[in-house]
Design a protein. Structure first.
Length: 732
């Protein structure tokens, strides 16, 4: 039995006691965000990512133990479980090693070897494997096995060799050695299938491709897999034998040693050649391709998850009245004006582009809406007709009167997922009086105001910050992306009196059904006055309350029944500690709202300077990590961690690709991070590629980062922009 805590601790380089405590908390039904935020004393302040890795590794180890038990039972049922084999099965520490041991005993379809066994040739195969020394010839040794199913000694020897070949290819050490050689020195080769249709030459880089397995990059593996699945590419793996051996027959002989003095030596060699060519190398090729795919998919999922985290963590543009435009040609551009709270003020459709070409009318409508509602920001979707619509907005802003209202600015908004949301039941419930296309414009406006609150309404896979998302394990992808959304939502916190069911769903301990019940209760009874009132929601019991309460905010502003700490990330279970801490600082809970943040910070810092944190924690009956968090929350209650990140770049004029010249330097926003670099929005329709060779070593870019870049090259006809790192100017 594997010691889970010890094994995971060794892998993650942390203490076994930390892992054991985390496993116990997870097994007790605690959520990952709750453990990371409110059980730091138990885990030794492990962060969320470490706890997530513990959960993943624990799941893998438990599945390994389940598989081990199933294999032991299966072999025991066959009556072939020897003490030595049992020990080997118990010692296997990976699923691959376990499956290699099980391979000889795995039920198989009807094979050449099984048919030979049915003819009674197993004893002859055993002789070939034993390599007896005898004066008899191979034919003479095989003669006793001639029967009504076996015509002659040659047929008997051929059937016995089939059995030996299967034994060789199933041998755990042979498979381990071959797999290791394939992963170390194997070469993946690809070529275009004759007559295959690839009109855009998407796979041109792989028409004549050859690279060692250990040098393949994840995106290359996924591209090769996709090209093969689409029958454009033919892919195969070449596995050279170990150094110093002419072929795999000789390599197999390292385990199955022929005796030159045995009349059956030649048949062992022939069986080895057949095993390698017909059984072993094809099986290992499948194993290696599967291993490479799993590694590449895991990498792609990690990249997608990191990009999604950065996108969801983008700072909200609070206080903006937004006029959003969902561009289009024939059906027009859908326009929605949304106030700073997300309320829809007005909607309309304009037709500035072909075929209608009502440009002047569109400009007049936009100007009228902008002035009537004091619009501070235009948001233009980046889909069809976005370039033309951006030019329209830029023209409007250039003509904005200097003596009028402050001239608005604009920004481009990624439309990914907006159409998915607009056709969803949630969108119909939120915006029942608007048609599908107009809901998209509203979603774009709200996406600018608070990216997290709006993007959680969309399936994470539809948000468009990954590559090959349709080619990877969909269950693993969904789990990873849902984990990211849950992490960011709980890190930021949720106002329970304004949040949508979609946002509440991701709060620790709640889920979809309870989120619906919370909103229904709020709609019927009015806003929650305090966190304790949440316990009145049907189905929200003490456990769910414990998990969720610290992540839910209630900004009651002194309303009857409110609690001043409900707007903070301090958990209700720690309210007595927070109140005692305030008392030590000469403050009461009632005076908390009246005390200015600077004065409060000064008092708390004075206390922290006068009394060591460890001593103060002991006096207040809490742990140091929890007390440190309470200090932080009292000084900056309900702080939104997104506030510390760079704001999106707002523009007032437009660039075209024709305006770009090599050497020009521009500010840009990272839109997507991929294996080979990052795509950067520099204010033209097409994002530029900052290739990884241009990014300084050790620099990790994230979606939303604002950079200064240099134009290296522009290919207008191919829609490509090459960017360089403006070293002395970046990051912005």
């Amino acid at each position: 039995m594997i010691d889970f805590a010890e094994t995971i601790a060794n892998q993650l380089k942390i203490q076994p006691t930390q892992v054991a405590a985390t496993i116990q908390l997870l097994d007790d039904g605690n959520t990952l965000p709750f453990i990371a935020r409110y059980r730091k004393e138990a885990t030794g302040s492990l962060d969320e990512e470490q706890i997530r890795r513990i959960a993943e590794l624990l799941d893998g180890l438990r599945k390994l133990e389940q598989r081990r038990a199933a294999i032991v039972a299966a072999i025991q049922e066959q009556g072939q479980l020897t003490p030595e084999l049992h020990e080997q099965l118990l010692a296997a520490d990976t699923l691959t090693a376990l499956e290699d041991l099980y391979q000889p005993y795995r039920p198989k379809r009807r094979t050449r070897a099984s048919m030979a066994r049915e003819k009674g040739l197993q004893p002859l195969a055993d002789q070939i494997l034993a390599q007896p020394r005898s004066r008899a010839t191979a034919a003479e040794l095989a003669a006793p096995y001639v029967n009504d199913q076996v015509a002659d000694p040659e047929e008997a020897l051929a059937g016995a060799r089939d059995i030996v070949a299967e034994v060789m290819s199933d041998h755990p050490e042979v498979r381990r050695m071959t797999r290791a050689q394939a992963l170390r020195s194997g070469t993946l080769q690809a070529g275009k299938v004759d007559g295959a249709d690839d009109p855009r030459e998407v796979y041109r880089l792989y028409y004549d491709f050859k690279l060692r397995v250990d040098r393949l990059r994840p995106h290359q593996i996924l591209a090769l897999n996709r090209g093969e699945a689409q029958k454009v590419l033919r892919v195969n793996l070449d596995v050279p034998p170990p150094r110093g051996m002419p072929d795999w027959r000789a390599a197999i002989a390292a385990v199955f040693r022929p005796d030159p003095r045995s009349p059956l030596a030649e048949h062992l060699f022939l069986a080895a050649e057949d095993a390698a060519r017909r059984l072993l190398l094809p099986a290992i090729e499948r194993d290696v391709r599967r291993t490479l795919t799993e590694m590449a998919e895991a990498h792609a999922i990690r990249i997608f998850a990191a990009n999604l985290r950065s996108l969801l963590s983008q700072p909200p543009l609070a206080g903006q009245t937004v006029l959003a435009i969902d561009p289009g040609f024939r059906t027009g551009c859908k326009v929605a004006v949304v106030d700073p709270t997300g309320k829809v003020l007005d909607t309309t459709t304009i037709y500035p582009h072909p075929p209608q070409q009502r440009r002047e009318e569109a400009l007049a409508i936009l100007a009228g809406l902008a002035r009537r509602y004091r619009v501070t920001l235009f948001a233009v979707g980046n889909g069809t007709a976005s370039r033309e619509t951006e030019l329209l907005v830029a023209e409007l802003l250039r003509s904005w009167p200097e003596d009028g209202d402050t001239r608005p600015q604009y920004l481009m908004v990624n439309e990914a997922g907006a159409s998915v949301y607009s056709a969803s039941p949630l969108a119909r419930a939120e915006l029942p009086d608007l048609d599908v296309s107009m809901r998209s414009a509203v979603s774009l406006a709200r996406r600018v105001q608070d990216p997290l609150a709006e993007l959680v309404k969309i399936d994470p896979k539809s948000i468009g910050v990954g590559m090959y998302q349709h080619d990877v394990d969909q269950k693993a992808l969904a789990q990873a992306l849902d984990g990211v959304v849950e992490s960011v939502v709980n890190q930021v916190g949720v106002d329970v009196n304004t949040a949508s069911p979609a946002l509440l769903t991701y709060v620790a301990g709640i889920g979809p059904k309870l989120a619906e019940r919370i909103v229904a209760y709020r709609d019927e009874h009015g806003p929650f006055p305090n966190r304790q009132a949440l316990l009145q929601v049907p189905g929200l019991g003490p456990k769910a309350f414990q998990q969720a309460a610290g992540f839910l905010r209630i900004r009651a502003n002194g309303a009857p029944g409110s609690h001043p700490l409900d707007a903070s990330a301090i958990h209700p279970e720690s309210y007595p500690v927070a109140e005692a801490l305030l008392a030590r600082s000469g403050l009461s809970l009632d005076a908390l709202a009246q005390e200015g943040p600077d004065a409060l910070a000064a008092r708390l810092e004075a206390l922290r300077s006068a009394v060591p944190l460890a001593q103060l924690a002991a006096e207040l009956g809490t742990g140091e990590p929890t007390l440190a968090d309470i200090f932080e929350q009292l000084v900056r209650p309900g702080r939104d961690p997104r506030e510390d990140l760079p704001k999106p770049i707002l523009r007032s004029d437009v660039l075209t690709m024709e305006d770009l010249q090599p050497g020009m330097r521009l500010a840009g926003t990272v839109r997507n991070v991929v294996d080979f670099g990052a795509f950067v929005d520099i204010g033209v329709k097409q994002d530029g590629l900052l290739h990884r060779s241009q990014i300084p070593f050790g620099t990790l870019l994230q979606v939303g980062d604002v950079l200064q870049v240099e134009i290296l090259g522009v290919e207008i006809e191919r829609g490509r922009i090459s960017l360089g790192w403006a070293e002395e100017m970046a990051p912005a």
